[in-house]
Ligand binder design. Structure first.
Ligand code: ADP
Ligand code: ADP
Length: 230
C-alpha cells in the first residue's frame, strides 16, 4: 500500500523556476525508493515537501492519506528522519550526546537512552565504547555520516528522507556505507526516499528507482532491472 502520495504536485519558486511539475508518485510502505536525476531536476525539492520544509504551489502530498500541510510540522517531523550530505552534527557534543539529544529520546531515562544509543551505534557499524565518547571532528567523513544515519533512526521514524547521504564520503568508504545501509533497511523496514545523482547508487540501493529530468519531470519509476534495460 502507498504510505506517501504526490498528487499532481507542482513547486514553482518565487523567481518562476519550476522545480517540480505535475508530479504523480506513490511511495509504498517499507520500500526503499531512490530518486535519481541530474542536478536541478527537483529531487531535493520533492523530498523537502514531505517534511514541510517546502510548500507545494499546487497539488498535495499525503502521508497515510493525510495532507502533510494540514499536520503540525513538529509532530510530523518527529516521525520523519532526515539525513543530508553534510550531516550537521553538533560540534561540541560527543557522538553519543548527538544521538541522545534528538527530540524523540527526550524524556527517556538515562539507562534506556544509553541502551538505545549503543544499539544505534552498533547498527551503523560503530563501536559505542570507542566512537560514542568522541567528538565529530575526531571521526572520518564516513563515520560522521554513519552517526547522522544513527541519529535519524533514533526516534524510530516511519519514513527516512535522505538527500545525497553518502555524497561527501570518499569512494572506497561509500560502497561499504551503501551496503551497510541496505542491510539496515532490510532489518528495520523503514520507508526510505533516497536522493542521489549517482545512477549506480540508485540501482544498487533501490527497491524501485524514480528517474527525473530537468523541470522536475518524472521520466520513469520502476525496478532497478527495468530501469537498466530501458
Ligand atoms: P536537485 O535536488 O535535483 O538538484 P533542486 O530541488 O535542488 O534539484 O532544485 C530544482 C530547481 O529549483 C533548480 O533549478 C534550483 O535552482 C531551483 N531551486 C531550488 N531551491 C530554490 C529556491 N529556494 N529558490 C529558487 N529556486 C530554487
Ligand atoms: P550529560 O553530562 O549532559 O548527561 P553525557 O555525556 O553523560 O552528558 O551523556 C549524554 C547522553 O549520552 C546520556 O543520555 C548518556 O546516557 C548517553 N551516553 C554518553 N556516553 C555514552 C556511550 N559511550 N554510549 C552510550 N550512551 C552514551
Amino acid at each position: 500500500a502507498a504510505l506517501i502520495r504526490f498528487e499532481d504536485v507542482t513547486k514553482t519558486y518565487a523567481d518562476g523556476t519550476v522545480a517540480v511539475g505535475g508530479l504523480e508518485l506513490e511511495v509504498r510502505e517499507h520500500e526503499l525508493l531512490t530518486l535519481v536525476g541530474p542536478s536541478g531536476s527537483g529531487k531535493s525539492t520533492l523530498l523537502r515537501m514531505v517534511n514541510r520544509l517546502v510548500e507545494p504551489t499546487a497539488g498535495r502530498v499525503t502521508l497515510d492519506g493525510q495532507d502533510v500541510m494540514s499536520q503540525d510540522p513538529v509532530l510530523l517531523r518527529r516521525g520523519i528522519g532526515y539525513v543530508i550530505q553534510d550531516v550537521g552534527l553538533f560540534p561540541h557534543r560527543t557522538v553519543a550526546q548527538n544521538i541522545a539529544t534528538v527530540p524523540g529520546l527526550l524524556g527517556w531515562d538515562r539507562h534506556r537512552t544509553q541502551d538505545r544509543v549503543r544499539e544505534l551505534l552498533q547498527l551503523v557499524g560503530l563501536d559505542p565504547a570507542v566512537h560514542g565518547p568522541r567528538y565529530p571532528h575526531e571521526l572520518s567523513g564516513g563515520q560522521r555520516q554513519r552517526v547522522g544515519v544513527a541519529r535519524a533512526l533514533a526516534a524510530n521514524p516511519r519514513v527516512m528522507l535522505m538527500d545525497e547521504p553518502f555524497g561527501a564520503v570518499d569512494p572506497e568508504g561509500r560502497r561499504a556505507l551503501q551496503v551497510e545501509f541496505r542491510r539496515i533497511h532490510d532489518e528495520l523496514g523503514t520507508t526510505v526516499l533516497l536522493v542521489t545523482h549517482d545512477i549506480d547508487e540508485a540501482i544498487l540501493l533501490g527497491d524501485r528507482v524514480a528517474v527525473f529530468s530537468q523541470g522536475g519531470r518524472l521520466e520513469q519509476v520502476d525496478t532497478p532491472v527495468r530501469v537498466l534495460t530501458r
